[in-house]
Design a protein around this ligand. Sequence first.
Ligand SMILES: [Zn+2]
Length: 422
Amino acid sequence: MSLDDHAEELASDLGVDTQEVKRKLEKMAEYNVPMSEAKQSVRRDYGDEGGGTSVPTKNVAEITTDDSNVGVTGRVLSVGKRSIQYSGERSVIFEGELADESDRISYTAWEDFGLGPGETVQIGNAGVREWEGDPELNLGESTDIERVAESLSVPYEVGGEASLAELEPGDRGVAVEVSVRECEQKTIDGRDGETEILSGVLADETTRLPFTDWQPRPQVEEGTPVRIENAYIREFRGAPSVNISEFSTVTPLEEPVAVAESAPRYEVREAVESGGLFDVELAGNVVGVRDGSGLIERCPECGRVVQSGQCRAHGAVEAEDDLRVKAILDDGTGTVTVVLDEERTAEIYGGGIDAAREHARDAMDREVVADDIREELVGRAFRVRGALSVDDFGATLNATTFEADGADPVERATQLLEEAEA
Ligand SMILES: [Zn+2]
């Protein structure tokens, strides 16, 4: 039975306008509300209780994905405002968490109930849907909300305050105090044509994370400490990414924000199993240097590596020389491909692009550059820090630092002992 059929049947049953019912069902289908629940909800909108089942009142810990509708009293922990694309139109929704003494739960409000962090509210008839395995409250047309004067005491922090290390994809209404470490303006092809955005890296004393500011603002500037409110978190290459939207606020801070100087150390296997880490330190032996290392050629249009002057996307191009290393690092638990950029490659090779070109010309073979690098790296131990991404082709770490490891065996042994004790 199609959605149209359901709408027609339900509308005639209730004696109301079919198009209106159809719109309501479509809106819920868009967010994966099961048809049976959607129909029940529409019935309630028209004052038909569909058999007179009343909405049970529960505490947060009692709400499960088996519930279709509940009444609950809780304290609003966070409120995030976000605009979404729905049936070709933009609409604004509110998302966050609320809690009582028993537990906390996510909610999405499809209408503006004017919720504010810290408020205690009595919610009548919230829909329940499953979101990544957990129940989530849906507040919409059939929901009524009353403010409760007496504030509920809850064992959770109000206001969405978090450190970067605590953030997870899906978090909303988040507030962080961070230092902007890197920031660049980019032009992307958005849904409204070409759009300017800012992207870069944020840091606090727990870790570093990438960010996107969808509405470039001057306060977001390299080297500036800022407080960001009402951000939401998405997954980017397996790691959380902070999204600053048109509804977020960014306020410069007077005091500097302390930042983590080192990245957490992982074993290779552990890091790869995590699915991606934005800032991680690995250590191991380089067991090989892959083809496509050394003096390579890139397409000037898209930056892809080209072979014999042919780009996969742009055909015959005037290729530009570049230096790169793709080294295989092995720590006994697994392997990753470590990618070094021009600057880091030049350090290892002992010369820049011009030197590499001359070397290749003299030898009449570009491979001599990769051969030198191979000799320099293979069989030696290195410590590497950077962003790890994992896909079907394996794990790749884009290095921000790459250093010889274990220069002093005594120091290394002491460090290992300390780590084992910790
Ligand atoms: Zn190209």
